[in-house]
Design a protein around this ligand. Structure first.
Ligand code: SF4
Length: 445
């Protein structure tokens, strides 16, 4: 009798992992597996992990523990781990977790159906975490179809060569590689034909796109080519490294109408001494100079950032430099993190004698400052009429629709499903921490 095979997938971390997970879904669908929403009853359970934050490995062990009772009950279930923790830990994960079947690294997602089949047929445990060579990686950039989506991520580059001293990404994602522009443009053309209205070009450091490939377009040129694709109405990109944010790219915010007026530009810290210890490759003054230029060419641009609090050796003066930088930039949102030592990174060898209470106290002060700035931004939107690209039914499940402003702010409002994929004017009536509530402007369409 035919038994349908099902899989359950949990994804942690950044947009690169989200894209990898979309790929996993495509690959497993092609191998005859159907995705389900609950682990209980699934034949295959996968975790796509992130190693960027604190205690990532331990958290993976914790998550896996949740599935042990299912595995005890039915040993035929295949339990697998992919992503950055899998890349970093490799075979060690199999050694430490006796009930784990499969470990696959960041360069081996394409092999997943084969690896699963191997476990299934031979009841063997396996791991595949080798980095691939450049030519093979170039063949394997994930290309996506639209499905019924209005917005899509498009991978333009992978890996990172920057080796910021606190970061594991170059160790777990490999060296920087740009995808050929022709391939990117034809993928976006196809997405547009299928109804996609907004693309977000993603990579670990998109601003250095093309720099290391002979004859390749610069990132600014690539954006210009994407802008020319009919049907695409909005363009975003992430993640940007401030040191690679060129004048040519800044100018795009003034010349390309489809480029959304939002930029995530992680500063990490406002002190030159700490920026140098982080190996970030720019000074506070250079960063602020780029912010000023961005605001000149695009006066209503809104910026968001990542900030690390309590890097080894951070003094009160260094921390105050971060606060004054935040006051000057006025980010609309900041993703702030307490510094955590990541094994294998350069900063892991630095003496770190900062008192945990002091570190936490600074973190709380930074949050308080940012919360006040966020409050001012969101309340300033109340009463304004904003253009919203409608993406679908609101996730709050109250029959409302949702979309985003050019600043990437979610807006929920009453409206019909026929609005999906259109840009509509919405008046903001309430501002919550993570979203706005709005009303369609009557008679405007
Ligand atoms: S630019 Fe720095 S923080 Fe960003 S992925 Fe590369 S090494 Fe990590």
């Amino acid at each position: 009798m035919y038994m349908e095979k099902t899989f359950y997938l949990e994804t942690f971390g950044c947009q690169m992992n989200v894209v990898d997970s979309e790929r996993i879904v495509d690959l497993l669908n092609g191998a005859g597996y159907r995705q389900v929403e609950a682990a209980a009853g699934a034949q295959l359970i996968l975790l796509n992990t992130c190693a960027v934050r604190d205690k990532a490995e331990r958290k993976v062990y914790g998550h896996l523990g949740r599935f042990k009772p299912l595995k005890d009950e039915n040993p035929a279930i295949i339990l697998g781990v992919g992503g950055c923790v899998a890349q970093q830990e490799g075979e060690r994960l199999l050694e430490k977790i006796g009930y784990l079947d499969l470990v696959f690294g960041t360069h081996n997602v394409h092999k997943l159906p084969e690896l699963v089949r191997n476990v299934e047929e031979n009841r063997t445990r396996c791991h595949e975490t080798d980095f691939l060579d450049r030519d093979t990686r170039l063949q394997l950039f994930p290309a996506r179809t639209a499905g019924d989506a209005t917005t899509r991520f498009v991978t333009v580059m992978q890996g990172c060569d920057n080796f910021c001293s606190y970061c594991v990404v170059p160790l777990v994602r490999g060296r920087e590689l740009s995808r050929p522009s022709g391939e990117i443009l034809s993928e976006i053309g196809a997405l547009s034909e299928s109804g996609v209205k907004e693309v977000t070009l993603i990579g670990q450091n998109v601003n250095s796109y093309g720099c290391k490939e002979d004859g390749e377009l610069s990132f600014a040129r690539l954006l210009t080519e994407v802008h020319a694709i009919e049907g695409i109405e909005r363009i975003r990109f992430t993640t940007s490294h401030p040191k690679d944010l060129s004048d040519e790219l800044i100018d795009c915010f003034g010349t390309l109408d489809k480029l959304c007026h939002h930029l995530h530009l992680p500063v990490q810290c406002g002190s030159n001494r700490i920026l140098s210890a982080m190996n970030r490759g720019y000074t506070r003054e250079q960063y602020l100079g780029k912010v000023r230029r961005l605001k000149e060419v695009c006066p209503d641009i809104r910026l968001t950032s990542d900030i690390i609090v309590g890097f080894p050796g951070e003094t009160e003066e260094d921390f105050n430099d971060t606060l004054t930088l935040m006051e000057e930039v006025r980010y609309t949102d900041v993703f702030s993190f307490l510094y955590s030592r990541r094994p294998g990174t350069a900063a892991a060898d630095l003496a770190d004698d900062l008192d945990p209470g002091v570190r936490q106290g600074r973190f709380d002060r930074l949050l308080a400052l940012q919360e006040e700035t966020c409050r001012q931004w969101r309340e300033g939107d109340i009463g304004r009429e904003l253009s919203v690209l409608v993406e679908g039914e609101s996730r709050q499940g109250n029959g409302q629709m949702f979309g985003r402003t050019t600043w990437n702010r979610i807006v929920n409002f009453e409206g019909g499903k026929d609005l999906v994929g259109t840009i509509v004017p919405v008046r903001i009536v309430k501002a919550y921490r993570n979203s706005h509530l709005g009303e369609l402007v009557p008679g405007s369409f």
